[in-house]
Ligand binder design. Structure first.
Ligand SMILES: [Zn+2]
Ligand SMILES: [Zn+2]
Length: 64
């Protein structure tokens, strides 16, 4: 099975529409509803023009 790119031990639930990496449900943002391709959290942030804070990346176990 494919695992989340961020969480090695979690099964991937979908693929980011932007970076085409697979992520678990916790890492995916369905910005346009469940019927449309999701963003990963990082791409969702980039899409709205923000960059992750250190606190945020720590909370989500994401290495920027
Ligand atoms: Zn992405
Ligand atoms: Zn994940």
């Amino acid at each position: 099975m494919n695992c989340c790119r961020t969480h090695d031990d979690v099964k991937a639930g979908g693929m980011c529409r932007t970076c085409r990496e697979e992520f678990c449900d916790a890492c995916l943002v369905y910005a346009y509803g469940l019927s449309k391709a999701p963003y990963c959290v990082r791409c969702a942030l980039l899409a709205v023009g923000t960059t992750p804070t250190a606190e945020w990346t720590a909370e989500y176990s994401i290495s920027a």
